[in-house]
Ligand binder design. Structure first.
Ligand SMILES: Cc1cc2nc3c(=O)[nH]c(=O)nc-3n(C[C@H](O)[C@H](O)[C@H](O)COP(=O)(O)OP(=O)(O)OC[C@H]3O[C@@H](n4cnc5c(N)ncnc54)[C@H](O)[C@@H]3O)c2cc1C
Length: 317
């Protein structure tokens, strides 16, 4: 048995979730190899080679991999898959885009979003928006697995001495042409990995009112999240959505403002260490999972909260 992990990076830096997935993958089997596919990714490969549990880094550089298109990635992964029992990557946008294609090409079922490795063929995964957990045993000879990164600690970053070998590209997918990438650049921490998240819901009433949320986020060095209702109403872009069809977050502190607590929202944040809810409806379901609840009008509570933070005059990094 050996495990092939597909690293997520931007050709210069490794995305933090890759380290969480390395922890999960090394629990499946100690013979862990990491595939770094990209363009001019020598530094990425070097960085990963220092992670203790990694035995080998296969580095495949080619201009066709610059924009991490799933179609091009899948064909090169298939080339290498024959030597491995497990192919693993994160259950985030990157992995959800890539792994179904790999599994389909290998003609096997994907095991999605695992939160625990029970053995090399048995895994725990949430179902029904996290309201139940299924123990899934796979009898496929080869297994394609996506890992919920927030369920595993990140692997440590030093002490490893994995060898780095150059790998061969596959043919580029001819029906595909990369046009452009639109990325929101933000000084704030990334939603998926932030220690503190403050999210607004439909109760914010309009986009402009999210200023109340961002002012507090700046003070707490927090990421800004939102409910789907807030996203659908156009108050904020959908890359901020937390929940079943958005991002899963597990921060130390999650502050839900004007969010009712629908199960689809809870699916994305209920594992947060401390949950604070501000809602004017004392019956709102969010209070049933909150560690601290404030039954109040957010338009009064948030300015007061900011005032108190200003008195502290500190940003928690
Ligand atoms: C398949 C599917 C997937 C979904 N995926 C997601 C998902 O990923 N994420 C997600 O969030 N939702 C998701 N939803 C939608 C989900 O069911 C809810 O509709 C949504 O979460 C509600 O958002 P909300 O809490 O902001 O709005 P509401 O339910 O309308 O709640 C607004 C809250 O604001 C409070 N409020 C209003 N004014 C104030 C005020 N002045 N001060 C204080 N409180 C105030 C109200 O009391 C209320 O509790 C999904 C639904 C489906 C069917």
């Amino acid at each position: 048995m050996s495990v092939l992990l597909i690293a997520e990076h931007n050709n210069k830096e490794v995305k933090p979730f890759t380290l969480n997935v390395i922890t999960a993958a090394s629990q499946i089997d100690k013979d862990l190899n990491v595939l770094v596919i990209g363009n001019k990714t020598e530094e990425v490969a070097k960085f990963i080679s220092k992670v203790p549990n990694v035995k080998k880094v296969i580095n495949i550089d080619n201009a066709i991999y610059e924009n991490y298109l799933a179609e091009n990635f899948a064909s090169v992964i298939i080339k290498y898959a024959k030597d491995y029992s497990h192919i693993v990557c994160a259950a985030n946008t990157f992995g959800k885009n890539l792994m179904p294609r790999v599994a389909a090409l290998l003609d096997i079922s994907q095991i999605s979003d695992i939160v625990k490795v029970i053995s090399s063929d048995t895994f725990l995964r949430p179902i029904y928006a996290g309201n139940a957990f299924a123990t899934v045993k796979s009898s496929d000879q080869k297994k394609c697995i996506t890992v919920r990164p927030t369920s595993f600690d990140p692997a440590s970053l030093s002490g490893g001495t994995a060898e780095i070998v150059k790998g061969e590209s596959a043919e580029s997918f001819s029906l595909l042409k990369f046009i452009k990438r639109e990325e929101v650049k933000s000084e704030r921490p990334e939603l998926g990995t932030a220690r503190v998240v403050i999210s607004g819901g439909r109760g914010m009433q309009k986009a402009e009112n999210f200023k109340l949320i961002t002012a507090i986020a700046d003070k707490l060095n927090a990421a800004v999240g939102a409910s789907r209702a807030a996203v659908d109403a156009g108050y904020i872009s959908n890359d901020h959505q937390v929940g079943q069809t958005g991002k899963v977050v597990v921060p130390d502190l999650y502050i839900a403002v004007g969010i009712s607590g629908a199960i689809q929202h809870l699916a994305g944040m209920k594992e947060s260490k401390i949950i604070v809810a501000i809602n004017k409806d004392g019956e709102a379901p969010i209070f049933s999972i909150a560690d601290y609840g404030l039954e109040a009008d957010l338009f009064e509570a948030l300015p007061k909260f900011l005032e108190e933070l200003n008195k502290l005059n500190t940003i928690q990094k």
